[in-house]
Ligand binder design. Structure first.
Ligand SMILES: Cc1cc2nc3c(=O)[nH]c(=O)nc-3n(C[C@H](O)[C@H](O)[C@H](O)COP(=O)(O)OP(=O)(O)OC[C@H]3O[C@@H](n4cnc5c(N)ncnc54)[C@H](O)[C@@H]3O)c2cc1C
Length: 392
């Protein structure tokens, strides 16, 4: 449960500006929600511990690939596909609002089979998606090589997902932040939220504000969009979101460059419009350690080399790491806390926060401005972890 504010703390910021909604976290999730809310006339503030957009959202690969990664159709898959469908308009709207091009590219995604074990997994994916009428194509090796001549000769066959696209995550981050600010959102950088503040009225808890390193702010709604750090603020509610490190590598693009996002079961290579390739990633449970390690980089290069022989000879441009906010069941946590009115979760997006950014912003904004969202948030409610509260 969030804690109650002391009278002294509340007095401290009595004369501070009033907001309808306070958002904790200035990543793509916090900024895009803030943008949509401000467009609906809400007065919104974002509190960011460091500088906005320097954590997971800055580290991401930018793939919008629900089909390439899905093994079944469920509510989570449906949410991902809905969000993907919003992207072309989202990119255009951000360009109009900010002038920033998020490099939305539509060449599609290839998933290579390079071994017998790969055959099995790709066959399964092909079967259920084809039977479900999804846009997935099966290509023989010759066909793939016509599309991407530099791919490994060991290629057996591949799946093509024409609608699984990509964006430049750093440009997206900058664009959502700029769009939010242009719409009137106030961003408090270097301002860490230390505690969520709640009060009890007629036996019901409700949020009343936040205590930050710069003082207390009051508002009837707080959106928790603090990525991997969300559980630290919602400690008593046992929100199971933990950091999962992913490392990345960027190299100078070869000639001819690849055009598609290319996956194997072990890694991926993504071409960027600005003329380089990025490759990823690792999946490591090492807490909040965001160091790049020699072993991590070596493993990424080995897997990229398996996709594109010669990758390891290209000039190394940059390496980096970030922590994905992974929930216990790898699905996002969205919607109001049933036990604390006004406390809204928008976290736990794990590997799909870039993909899910437009739909998350839309649904949370609908929830707060219309009282309900156009897609049910029930499957993503924090309630699914209720047993943890009981035993915790
Ligand atoms: C290597 C890597 C590759 C990825 N690739 C993809 C991909 O290809 N496609 C995709 O869809 N997703 C991808 N992801 C996942 C995606 O990056 C995340 O799901 C998404 O960025 C989460 O956004 P967020 O805003 O919730 O978190 P973040 O971007 O981490 O933002 C949270 C913010 O909250 C701030 N904060 C935390 N605590 C506090 C506090 N107490 N007070 C104030 N501020 C606070 C943090 O400083 C941070 O800026 C990838 C992630 C990684 C690491």
């Amino acid at each position: 449960m969030p804690v109650r504010p002391s009278a002294a703390l509340l007095v401290m910021n009595e004369c501070k500006q009033q907001f309808d909604v306070l958002i904790v976290g200035g990543g793509v999730i916090g900024c895009s929600i803030a943008w949509r809310l401000a467009q609906s006339g809400q007065r919104v503030a974002i509190f960011e511990r460091g500088d906005a957009g320097k954590e997971a959202s800055w580290a991401a690969g930018g793939m919008l690939a629900p089909l390439a990664e899905a093994d079944r159709a469920d509510e989570f898959f449906a949410l991902c596909v809905k969000s993907r469908a919003l992207y072309a308009d989202f990119a255009a709207e951000l360009k109009t609002a900010t002038g920033i091009d998020i490099e939305y590219r539509t060449e599609g995604t290839l998933f290579l089979s390079l071994t017998e074990a790969d055959d099995h997994e790709l066959e399964e994916r092909w079967r259920w998606q084809h039977d479900a009428g999804l846009n997935v194509k099966r290509l023989d090796a010759g066909c793939v090589r016509k599309l991407e001549p530099t791919i490994n000769e060991r290629l057996r066959w591949a799946l093509k997902f024409p609608d699984d696209h990509q964006v430049n995550a750093r440009q997206l981050m900058q664009a959502t932040l700029s769009a939010a600010q242009a719409a009137g959102v106030q961003v408090f950088a270097q301002t860490e939220v230390r505690r969520l503040l709640s009060d009890s009225h007629a036996g019901k808890n409700r949020i009343v504000g936040v205590e930050t390193t710069q003082g207390v702010w009051q508002a009837p709604v707080v959106v928790l969009a603090a990525g991997s750090w969300s559980s630290l603020l919602a400690e008593a509610t046992h929100l199971p979101v933990t950091p999962v490190r992913g490392q990345m590598v960027a190299v100078a693009s070869p000639t001819p460059a690849v055009r598609h996002v290319i996956y194997s079961r072990r890694g991926y290579v993504v071409p960027r419009a600005s003329g380089f390739l990025i490759a990823g990633s690792t999946t490591e449970q090492v807490g909040f350690d965001r160091r790049v390690t020699a072993g991590g980089v070596a493993s990424i290069i080995a897997r990229a080399e398996e996709i594109l022989p010669g990758f390891g000879d290209l000039a190394l441009l940059e390496t980096w790491a970030g922590v994905r906010p992974g929930s216990a069941d790898e699905m996002p946590v969205l919607g109001e806390d049933p036990a604390v009115a006004g406390l809204i979760y928008a976290t736990g997006h794990y590997r799909n926060g870039i993909l899910l950014c437009p739909i998350t912003a839309q649904l949370i904004s609908e929830l707060l401005t219309k009282g309900e969202s156009s897609v049910s948030l029930t499957p993503f409610s924090v309630l699914r972890f209720a047993h943890r509260r009981a035993v915790g």
